[in-house]
Design a protein around this ligand. Structure first.
Ligand SMILES: [Zn+2]
Length: 289
C-alpha cells in the first residue's frame, strides 16, 4: 500500500493548526540508502530509546532522503532532531505506554520509521506540508529546523497521523461516515468553511474535518483527547445545538471504537497526554540521557 496522508500548514501558527491532509502523490520510492556512517551519541540514544523498545528507525540525515523527492528539502539540524525525538518519545509514545501498561502497543502498531526533514514542503497551492504518514510504515516530519519547545504541535501531528493508522488497521465503523454523509466537501473545505465557527455549526470540529470521513475521524479522535474537557465543551458550545448533536454522534462512535477495537480509554489517554504535554514544556530536550 503506497498512500500518503499529508498534513498541511497554511498560514496558521503551529499551535493553532486546524489540520489539513490530502493524498497527494509524492515520490513513493524507498528513501533509505545503504551508506556507511559514523555512529554518534544521538544514534546510540536512538538505538536505546526507539529501536530497542519500539523497533522504530529515526532517519534524520540528508542521505536518508532520496535526492529526487518532489520538493526542495533542507536537511534536519542535529540539535533540533534530538529535541523532537525526545519530545515525541516523552509526550507521544510514552503516553500510550502509560495508558496501555506496556510498550507493545506502540511497538506493534506504530510506523517503523520516522523521517526528519528541516524545511517544509511547499505545495503548488502555496500550502505547506507539516507531516505525512506513508502506508502506516513511515511518518515524515517536516519543518524540524523551526521547532520551538514552547510553541509547537509536533505531538498533535503524531496523534493525528496515528489516528489514520489505527483506522487503516481496523477500519472505522461505517456508521461514522453516515452521520455527516453528503456533508464532506473534499479539497474545497477551506473555501466552504472559512472559519472554525462555521465548521463547528455544521458539525465539524475544524474546517478540515469536512474534507472527508477519514479526516473527520482522526480529528475527532485527536481533538477530544488532546484538549481539556473545558476546551472541548467550549467547542461544542460554539457549535450550537445542531452542531453539537452531530459532533457528539460521531464522537460516541470514535469513543466506542477506540475502547472496543484497541482497548483505549480516551478519557484516560486525555489525562495522561495532557499531563505529559504540560511536563514536556519544562523538559530539557537537549540532554541525551
Ligand atoms: Zn489527516
Amino acid at each position: 500500500m503506497k498512500k500518503f496522508i499529508l498534513y498541511v500548514l497554511i498560514t496558521l501558527p503551529a499551535t493553532l493548526w486546524l489540520g489539513s491532509c490530502s493524498e497527494d502523490a509524492l515520490n513513493s520510492e524507498s528513501t533509505i540508502k545503504e551508506t556507511p556512517r559514523v555512529e554518534n551519541e544521538f544514534d546510540r540514544w536512538l538505538f536505546k530509546n526507539y529501536v530497542i523498545p519500539y523497533n522504530i528507525q529515526v532517519m534524520y540525515r540528508m542521505e536518508d532522503i532520496e535526492s529526487d523527492m518532489s520538493y526542495n528539502l533542507v536537511p534536519a539540524e542535529y540539535d533540533k532532531s534530538v529535541q523532537i525525538a525526545k519530545l515525541v518519545r516523552f509526550a507521544g509514545l510514552e503516553a500510550f505506554d502509560e495508558v496501555t501498561g506496556s510498550q507493545d502497543f506502540i511497538h506493534d502498531n506504530f510506523p517503523k520509521s520516522f523521517l526528519f526533514i528541516g524545511s517544509g514542503a511547499v505545495r503548488n497551492n502555496g500550502s505547506e506540508i507539516l507531516g505525512a504518514a506513508e502506508g502506516g510504515e513511515k511518518m515524515i516530519f517536516y519543518r524540524v529546523n523551526f521547532f520551538d519547545q514552547q510553541n509547537n504541535d509536533v505531538v498533535g501531528l503524531v496523534f493525528h497521523e496515528f489516528g489514520h493508522i489505527l483506522d487503516a488497521r481496523k477500519p472505522r465503523p461505517k456508521d461514522f461516515d453516515e452521520v455527516s454523509g453528503s456533508g464532506y466537501v473534499g479539497d474545497v473545505y477551506d473555501t466552504h468553511y472559512t472559519s472554525r465557527e462555521a465548521a463547528l455549526r455544521a458539525g465539524f470540529l475544524t474546517p478540515y474535518a469536512a474534507h472527508s470521513a477519514a479526516e473527520d475521524f482522526t480529528i475527532t479522535f485527536g481533538e477530544y483527547f488532546y484538549h481539556t474537557s473545558a476546551e472541548w465543551e467550549a467547542l461544542l458550545t460554539t457549535a450550537g445545538a445542531d452542531g453539537r448533536a452531530i459532533i457528539m454522534s460521531k464522537f460516541e462512535i470514535v469513543y466506542a471504537y477506540m475502547r472496543d477495537e484497541w482497548n483505549l480509554d480516551l478519557d484516560e489517554l486525555r489525562t495522561v497526554s495532557l499531563r505529559r504535554k504540560d511536563e514536556a514544556k519544562n523538559l530539557d530536550l537537549t540532554i541525551l540521557d
